[in-house]
Ligand binder design. Structure first.
Ligand SMILES: [Zn+2]
Length: 429
């Protein structure tokens, strides 16, 4: 069996850790099959979004992080589920910090293609209103649903109508009763967070008009595989998608995908456009079949590919650790840049802690003054970094490489070097 041949990625945790509450799922999230194969095991990891106040350092909870492959439908998934209360009640990721432009263009596109002046739009996982705000300014009636109290508060301050709750059948029924059915349902970077996909898609089925459109963005697993993005595996990402798996899943809810576009954000995402099967007004675009064919050519995701992926990760982890240790032995200080969920998975799984990185620079005021979970590295503002004379920056938010290097030109001009760890380890100076 595959799992037995693999190197075990259990972090070498020298100290005792407290294990938090989680639920173990035994069946595939999409097809309910029990033919699930474990292909990655990170051991126990802290919740990647749990930035620690000074008094919380060392008191964080750990959870298993194992990734499985469904032999029946192909869905890549995490079956150890941390409670949504723990993950999303207080959410430290604000879409507006880095993705405003992406969503402004998104709003323009949907306006042009799918909306008329009376359209009613609902967004599932509306975060701080980064997409609803431009749509509302265009004059459309918009409504957001998001369980995070803190980000909901930010969106409400922008005069957006937000239901602070988890989207599902109950919320959908209430919206229909109060506002009628939606012309457009949006869900961006949120489906991966949901365990009970059946409840969400039943809700979508009730809320969407017969001729309505559902558009969602998800991370694209073939890109994750190609670029060795193991830093994207963390507790809040429960599913990892490809088009073929989504087609089969949506079919259960009488929905079909009529267009798919590859998007560069998060280092490889897809924007998926779906409609009810009876809606013949919208024709299926060639892009859908193109990606399905591309996935077929990859032999879909099979066990051999996953095993190779596993071995490549192991080498990558030891290479980056060695590079950082060599720099440190040479007498130079290193700091990190970007303390997102990716950074936390990467640092914990490579065991790169506060011995190697002095601090991590992050733009988000929500994170500054706190510490990274598990590795206990302080998070500081860019202003502090710009006054510092450090020589090496480990680019943890490597998916924003261009933007960060442009913003920190002065650092490179003064002889500073960026260590880029993905997809291949290299230095930029
Ligand atoms: Zn399955």
């Amino acid at each position: 069996m595959l799992a037995q041949n693999l190197v075990n990625y259990t972090r070498m945790i020298k100290k005792e850790v407290k294990i938090g509450k989680f639920k173990k799922r035994k069946t595939c999230r999409f097809c309910k099959s029990r033919k699930l194969i474990k292909f990655l095991d990170f051991g126990h990891m802290p919740h990647a979004g749990n930035y620690l106040k000074p008094k919380e350092v060392g008191k964080e909870y750990y959870y298993p992080l194992r990734i499985f492959f469904c032999k029946n439908c192909g869905l890549i998934q995490n079956l150890d589920i941390i409670s949504s209360e723990t993950l999303f009640k207080n959410y430290h990721y604000l879409s507006s910090v880095s993705l405003t432009k992406h969503f402004q263009e998104y709003a323009k596109e949907v306006k042009k293609k799918f909306l008329n002046k009376n359209s009613f739009i609902v967004e599932i996982g509306s975060n701080d209103g980064v997409l609803l705000l431009p749509l509302s300014k265009m004059g459309f009636k918009v409504l957001g649903v998001d369980p995070a109290v803190n980000v909901g508060r930010i969106a409400k301050k922008k005069d957006l109508d937000i239901i602070v709750d988890y989207f599902g059948v109950k919320v959908a029924d209430n919206i229909v009763k109060k506002n009628g059915k939606a012309d457009l349902i949006l869900a961006n970077n949120v489906l991966a967070h949901i365990d009970d996909m059946n409840n969400v898609f039943k809700g979508i089925g009730k809320l969407l008009k017969d001729d309505g459109v559902l558009i969602f963005e998800v991370h694209y697993f073939p890109d994750l595989l190609k670029r060795l993005q193991y830093d994207f595996f963390y507790g809040e990402h429960l599913s990892y998608y490809n088009v073929s798996t989504l087609i089969t899943f949506l079919n259960k809810y009488n929905l079909e995908i009529f267009d798919v576009k590859k998007m560069p954000i998060h280092s490889g995402s897809i924007r998926v456009y779906a409609k009810f099967k009876g809606n013949n007004r919208l024709k299926t675009k060639a892009g859908v079949l193109k990606l399905v064919k591309y996935e077929d050519d990859l032999d879909r995701v099979d066990e051999k590919i996953l095993e190779n992926f596993n071995l490549k990760i192991d080498k990558h982890r030891s290479d980056i650790k060695k590079l950082l240790m060599d720099i440190k032995k040479g007498g130079s200080r290193i700091v990190g840049y970007g303390a997102g969920g990716r950074a936390n998975t990467f640092l914990c799984s490579c065991d790169v802690n506060n011995d190697l990185l002095d601090y991590i620079v992050d733009e988000s005021p929500e994170r500054q003054g706190k510490f990274t979970p598990g590795t206990h590295i302080p998070i500081v503002s860019p202003e502090i970094f710009r006054k510092d004379k450090v020589k090496y920056v480990l680019l943890l938010a490597w998916n924003y490489k261009k933007e960060i290097i442009k913003k920190e030109q002065a650092f490179a001009k003064n002889g500073g070097k960026f260590i880029v760890s993905f997809p291949k380890i290299h230095l930029v100076h």
